[in-house]
Design a protein around this ligand. Structure first.
Ligand code: SF4
Length: 253
């Protein structure tokens, strides 16, 4: 679609209120705009804000086929509460079958390369499939989630697919803290992922992805230490799966 450019990014950047921003985007782009969520706090808050803005947003999730049962339960709850469909975008079954046949089910333990390969097939490719259908992608990225996300902009043009079609990636809750999100959810009855309320002796889930690859973190650990825990000693490991890696969008896709 024409009109995805820096002027649009600058126009949306000026809308400080996330409810107004999400409402404006959905009204203007309809089904060509979508919220991508993995069931974390920002995803459900964005959906709630959209509904409060008077729109029914299109919502998708990347279903790696290895998500926690509680994640699927949350999506069912969201669908029921808001009367919307959470589109579950899954990996190519033939590619997964081959990957497992060649490398085993648990290849991600072997090396960063094999973990990245698994994430590419189960997460990045389905995400690209979802992006094929949108002009505006609303994400739940926040600056306080990890060091590698500190430079994230609220509105950013990414170049998608072999044709390098511009897609506007918007993070409406970029500056919200976890405390703000939890307070908003409690005050507004927003469905919460059960594992995000789990706490045992100070250990808790900071973020949620696939089973095995996601573990709770201890009181003094970095926020993404629970992801691929067996790689924690690797220097410079940014703990990203590739979905939010701009290099991926610009150079590989
Ligand atoms: Fe594969 Fe683990 Fe990445 Fe999920 S998080 S796609 S199981 S490597």
């Amino acid at each position: 679609m024409a009109g995805i450019d820096e002027n649009l990014a600058a126009e949306f950047e000026k809308i400080a209120d996330p409810k107004e921003l999400i409402g404006t985007i959905v009204r203007r782009f309809g089904d060509r705009a979508a919220i991508g969520t993995s069931g974390q706090l920002t995803g459900t808050v964005m959906i709630d804000l959209a509904v409060k803005a008077g729109v029914k947003p299109r919502v998708f999730t990347i279903d790696t086929l290895r998500l926690f049962p509680e994640t699927y339960e949350l999506f069912d709850e969201i669908e029921k509460k808001y009367g919307i469909k959470v589109e579950r975008i899954q990996p190519d079954p033939a590619k997964i079958q081959k990957m497992v046949a060649d490398n085993g089910e648990y290849l991600f333990f072997d090396s960063k390369e094999k973990q990245a390969f698994c994430c590419h097939l189960r997460k990045v490719e389905p995400n690209e499939k979802a992006l094929d259908t949108v002009d505006v992608w609303m994400t739940g990225l926040r600056v306080d989630q990890s060091n590698s996300r500190a430079g994230t902009k609220k509105c950013e043009i990414i170049l998608h697919g072999p044709a390098k079609r511009p897609v506007l990636k918007v993070a409406p809750l970029l500056d919200w803290s976890e405390k703000q999100l939890r307070e908003y959810m409690a005050a507004n009855g927003v469905p919460m992922h059960k594992l995000l309320n789990w706490n045992q002796d100070g250990w808790y889930y900071e973020s949620l992805g696939c089973v095995i690859c996601t573990t709770p973190i201890g009181p003094n650990e970095p926020r993404r230490a629970g992801r691929w825990r067996w790689f924690n000693s690797l220097e410079g490991d940014d703990k990203e799966c590739g979905i939010h890696n701009n290099k991926t969008h610009k150079d590989e896709v």
